[in-house]
Design a binder for this molecule. Structure first.
Ligand code: CMC
Length: 429
């Protein structure tokens, strides 16, 4: 008879334990009862990069890495990219359902009317060096926002929480664009609330002396789709950071700043910047084999390749590849595209990459699109952060409403020494 339990025999003691299986998972705490003797702390599981550890239950997003499927709240990413827009997707992630017309209009109105930032934030950005990285500026200004909204600490008050969510989603493009304008030495452009979310971002980035900025519709649409594709990705490094930091119950600005910091790294959101640097370094098609060889020897990582979860293809990369052509029709082809296509072709045929199931990920082509739009490389991860804010907040909200949530506090296996004798400094070797 089949039973939803797992029987474990401890060969050290010969004892047998039966632990329940729920959703194909056993609870790590159920291992604690496995002891050699009464003084034993009990068994733990060891999983340094959480490769096989579910740290929460979630209903926000789902990935099937073998089939290359990404779903937000039940909707395949391909459908949302084609039929929806970023603000609607943000609402979906945060609230679990697509908005009706009235809900959408209210949501759009609320987001649009929180786009301005306090003038002191502008001065705060002005304090950074001319060459400060926009990600560093973004993460610090998001953290600084917490000082402007002290009421945000009231995280279990749903109304207060909702306003902070709206503020964060609406102010991210403003902070991102102001950071960019600062590095360019250009005056800040205030939000134009008559434009779409993506259109307003382009306005704040690129408007020079135009009274009514009109974004190119193809570019505006491409940015919006890229925002949809980056909006959530279940328990990735930055989302795990959002949940982990959120678990000590700070305000959402502080938790979001932590998530932005996690995203900044080159193995996560920073990879799109790395792709462009890599393509520029390769420089010409004839040098590709030499870089592939170095990657195979472990001397070099092909940025934009590989993924912890996707082992057939990254569905976001496929959608992005299609958008790329539409953008290049407006901007002209990016000269690095030729190198990217050839690199992809060679890598996909090479046994090293095939065996390890290393495919182009979301970052492989997004950087080429951003560069063609005139965005500097340092802004690529910033765009990722704008889009991912809705996902981070949806996951944070879900965490706060989860009765099983507690402060995150992993365990360790201590391999260090014990009871060492203290030697006074004068007698140390
Ligand atoms: N180039 C060359 N070899 C690679 C690459 C790569 N990009 N990625 C993985 N490998 C090799 C790695 O050396 C290892 O080989 P071996 O088994 O012989 O030691 C094997 O493939 C498995 O790699 P891993 O590092 O154990 O895989 P992981 O799941 O820990 O890392 C990853 C996933 C995305 C961090 C990694 O593939 C990587 O560093 N890729 C480049 C950076 C990148 O594009 N990151 C963006 C990820 S998608 C957007 C996001 O979520 O932020």
């Amino acid at each position: 008879m089949s039973k939803d339990t797992l029987t474990i025999t401890d060969n050290r003691t010969g004892k047998t334990y039966e632990v329940p299986i729920t959703n194909d998972t056993i609870k790590a705490m159920d291992l604690r009862q496995i002891k050699v003797n009464d003084d034993d702390f009990g068994m733990m599981s060891y999983d340094p990069a959480y490769s096989n550890t579910a740290h929460c239950t979630s209903r926000v997003a789902f990935i099937d890495g073998d089939k290359g499927i990404l779903i937000y709240r039940g909707y395949p990413i391909e459908v949302l990219a084609e039929k929806s827009n970023y603000l609607e997707v943000a609402y979906l992630l945060l609230n679990g359902e697509l908005p009706n017309k009235k809900q959408y209009d209210d949501w759009e109105h609320n987001i649009t009317h929180h786009t301005y930032v306090h003038e002191n934030i502008k001065r705060f950005i002005g304090g950074f060096r001319y060459d400060a990285h926009p990600m560093g500026m973004l993460l610090s200004t998001v953290a600084a926002l917490s000082t402007f909204y002290p009421e945000a600490k009231d995280i279990f008050n749903e109304d207060v929480r909702e306003i902070q969510i709206q503020r964060l989603i609406s102010k991210m493009p403003t902070l991102a664009a102001f950071s960019y304008r600062h590095t360019m030495g250009l005056p800040y452009v205030y939000p134009d609330n008559g434009l779409s979310y993506a259109g307003n971002f382009l306005n704040m980035m690129f408007n020079i002396a135009q009274k009514e900025y009109k974004p190119n519709p193809a570019i505006e649409k491409a940015i919006d789709v890229l925002f949809i594709l980056h909006a959530d990705h279940e328990q990735n490094c930055s989302t795990a950071a959002m949940r982990n930091v959120g678990s000590s119950q700070p305000d959402p600005y502080s938790a979001t700043a932590a998530a932005i910091a996690a995203l900044y790294g080159p193995l996560h959101g920073g990879a799109n910047e790395g792709v462009l640097q890599m393509l520029a370094e390769i420089g010409s098609k004839d040098k590709i084999p030499q870089y592939i060889d170095r990657a195979k020897k472990g001397e070099f990582r092909l940025m934009g390749f590989g993924h912890r979860i996707y082992k057939s293809h990254d569905p976001r990369a496929q959608i992005i590849k299609k958008i790329a052509h539409k953008v290049f029709e407006v901007t002209g082809e990016n000269p690095l595209l030729e190198i990217a296509l050839e690199l992809e072709k060679i890598a996909l045929e090479d046994e090293y990459f095939v065996k390890r199931k290393l495919y182009p990920n979301v970052d492989f082509y997004s950087g080429l699109i951003y560069q063609s739009m005139g965005l500097p490389v340092s802004m690529f991860t910033v765009l990722f952060a704008i889009a991912r804010t809705s996902g981070w907040l949806a996951q944070w909200k879900e965490f706060l409403n989860d009765p099983e949530s507690r402060i995150a506090r992993p365990r360790q296996i201590y391999l260090g020494e014990m009871n060492k004798k203290f030697v006074p400094i004068g007698k140390r070797k």
